[in-house]
Design a protein around this ligand. Structure first.
Ligand code: ZN
Length: 289
């Protein structure tokens, strides 16, 4: 097999129909293209992490009959060998590289003081030269608003996107020190790029709400000359909405395993699949029925 795609759930709640649709589309594309599937679980953020959510990921994938070629087989295997917390050194290396290239600055602004949505920084930290070694400041990646990135679509056709048109400004690549552990973790954007490079990802399939995240990740790859990431193909599918036209959200739930899964209301995985827009999404991508 010549490429790799991934299931990349986050154990921050019980999976919903939107996650299931994402997995099914990925499985279909992998089958058509002969891609390997890696299961990657984004557990860097431990603030909403619960083992029950981790259990739910394995239970749902198994119930849906969706297999994967690489990655953890079960919870123990995950915690022992695949948690993102085992990759902190790799993340740290790329952060040092960004620092060496002058691509980051320390920002002392708090989330609540954020002015515009354009940049995390609501002040003039970019020109202040605050110490990057101060553990209570976040690191922001400096974005050139005139930057144009090329994103490859599913067909491999390049799409040119100007950052100013998307309103993308400086963004966090390293968080401030965690009060509980004293560690300074990388941001989701940074960890995601590192993981996809290490895992050899060639196709990323995610919801449209992550489109700007993809752009930020491409920007990081550009700053760091990560050619394998800038060559990745992207699919951003629409999001499933609830009857009030709101994006589905993961539920906090209470116990664990498939017994408390949000998807338990479906009698079978086939019934669930029939209710999801997988064929419509496939048609939009030019796949034959
Ligand atoms: Zn700032």
């Amino acid at each position: 097999m010549t490429g790799c795609t991934r299931f990349a759930p986050t154990p921050s709640g019980y999976l919903h129909e939107g996650n299931a649709a994402n997995f099914m589309l990925i499985a279909r594309l992998a089958r058509i293209e002969g891609l390997r599937i890696r299961l990657r679980i984004d557990d860097l953020d431990r603030s909403r992490f619960r083992e029950a959510y981790l259990q739910d990921i394995f239970a749902v994938l198994n119930w849906m009959g969706l297999g994967w070629d690489e990655g953890p087989r079960d919870i123990d295997d995950f915690l022992r060998n695949y948690s993102q917390h085992h990759r902190l050194e790799s993340y740290e290396n790329l952060l040092s590289e960004l620092r060496a290239r002058g691509a980051v600055y320390a920002c002392r602004c708090t989330r609540s003081a954020r002015g515009s949505a354009l940049s995390f920084c609501s002040s003039d930290c970019a020109v202040r030269g605050y110490s990057l070694d101060d553990p209570d400041r976040v690191w922001l990646c400096r974005v050139n608003p005139g930057f144009e990135t090329v994103m490859n679509d599913f067909e491999g056709d390049p799409l040119t996107i100007r950052f100013s048109e998307r309103g993308i400004g400086d963004f966090v690549v390293r968080r401030r020190r965690e009060s509980t552990s004293n560690r300074r973790l990388p941001s989701y954007q940074l960890a995601c790029v590192v993981d996809d490079v290490l895992d050899g990802t060639t196709l990323i399939v995610r919801g449209a709400d992550l489109f700007d995240s993809s752009l930020r990740q491409l920007y990081l790859a550009h700053c760091l000359d990560l050619r394998s990431f800038t060559a990745v193909r992207f699919i951003h599918h629409e999001l499933l909405l609830d009857p009030r036209q709101q994006k589905l959200s993961k539920s906090a739930g209470n116990s664990g395993g498939f017994e408390s899964s949000l998807l338990k209301k479906w009698a079978t995985a086939g019934a669930l699949e029939a209710a999801l827009p997988i064929h419509e999404w496939g048609r939009n991508l030019g796949l034959s029925p």
